[in-house]
Ligand binder design. Structure first.
Ligand SMILES: Cc1cc2nc3c(=O)[nH]c(=O)nc-3n(C[C@H](O)[C@H](O)[C@H](O)COP(=O)(O)OP(=O)(O)OC[C@H]3O[C@@H](n4cnc5c(N)ncnc54)[C@H](O)[C@@H]3O)c2cc1C
Length: 112
């Protein structure tokens, strides 16, 4: 049995779950074809290909989760103030770089 997407590694808020779900589907399909349908080999390769990017996303989500979904009213207000600040043109680039860090952590293999 193989798991994909959130069922496999639900990183949580800030972990780029959609990208992981899509690249996981691509990688699993690619490895099944590359292994000629031998699912034991394909599943092991799938795990090996995905794990580094998944680990990076989970690490980022651990840091981003409490910020994106805070538990107290005070922290919600702080987050909203931070959002307003981060939306300013000058600092928006930092936010984009943080997002891209996890989005680009996974290097997709080319399957022919
Ligand atoms: C509020 C919120 C904001 C998010 N923002 C982002 C974002 O900005 N960027 C990002 O990359 N990710 C984001 N995510 C995460 C992203 O949505 C998930 O990581 C992604 O949807 C996972 O895809 P999936 O296919 O694994 O699971 P899902 O999208 O959850 O799909 C699972 C599907 O299975 C169906 N299902 C469940 N049980 C059964 C059953 N027994 N039989 C049949 N069908 C069943 C469900 O109805 C659902 O349609 C966000 C998530 C939330 C909740």
């Amino acid at each position: 049995m193989a798991l994909l997407g959130d069922a496999a590694w639900g990183a949580g808020p800030g972990g780029g779950g959609t990208g992981l779900a899509m690249s996981g589907a691509y990688t699993l399909a690619g490895e099944l074809v590359a292994a000629g349908g031998d699912h034991r080999t394909a599943f092991a390769q799938y795990e090996q290909q995905m794990r580094p990017g998944v680990a990076a996303s989970q690490k980022q989500a651990k840091e981003a989760g409490p910020f994106l979904a805070p538990l107290t009213e005070k922290k919600l207000r702080q987050r909203n103030r931070a959002y307003r600040f981060l939306s300013k043109r000058l600092v928006a680039g930092v936010f984009v770089r943080l997002t891209e860090r996890s989005a680009n952590a996974l290097k997709l293999k080319q399957y022919t």
